[in-house]
Design a protein around this ligand. Structure first.
Ligand code: ATP
Ligand code: MG
Length: 158
């Protein structure tokens, strides 16, 4: 499961914010139109290695927060905290974290349109992270774990 996310200077979010703690099975992000709900999902997509177009922009540098108060931020960062859990038999919500199973995947986007990955704070790359996530059963190839805004409608219209 994903226990929490950290977003720093990511799209509409200036500075560092934490999203979480997340429930092991069901969490929802609630807010008015334009308040940054899809940007939280975009943060996940960014860490899962999606291209700029799928993140609703043409260059990764556009992921960096920009506003009158923060015109020249140099990077955006997203960290996603993963952990393996064992469900507790007599409870719907409780679980135990599998000892030593936690890891953190971080991706930075820079103003020069480059990006870099870190695994537990050490430099890594998209292939290594992709392999790690696939090993845990995250289907990065078919992407059916992510149904994006408008996709249900698109399929219904076919
Ligand atoms: P809806 O309910 O309409 O789907 P939402 O909550 O999903 O809305 P988002 O698409 O996540 O909204 O957020 C859109 C907002 O993010 C817009 O106001 C846009 O200006 C802002 N935004 C996107 N990129 C940046 C950026 N780099 N810097 C500052 N703000 C940004
Ligand atoms: Mg949205």
């Amino acid at each position: 499961m994903i226990s929490k996310m950290e977003l720093e200077n990511f799209k509409s979010y200036a500075g560092a914010i934490e999203v979480g703690p997340l429930h092991k099975r069901f969490s929802s992000v609630v807010g008015p139109n334009g308040s940054g709900k899809s940007n939280v999902i975009d943060a996940l997509l960014f860490v899962f290695g999606k291209r700029a177009k799928q993140l609703r922009l043409s260059k990764v540098s556009q992921l960096i927060h920009k506003s009158s108060g923060f015109p020249d931020l140099e990077y955006a960062r997203v960290s996603v905290y993963f952990q393996l859990i064992d469900d507790k038999e007599d409870s719907a919500d409780e679980f135990e974290i599998v000892h030593g199973s936690e890891f953190v995947v971080t991706r930075f986007a820079y103003a020069d349109n480059t990006s870099k990955y870190l695994l537990d704070g050490k430099i890594s790359n998209f292939n290594a992270i992709g392999q790690l996530l696939r090993n845990y059963g995250i289907d990065l190839d078919n992407n059916r774990f992510l149904i994006l805004q408008g996709e249900v409608e698109q399929i219904a219209m076919m």
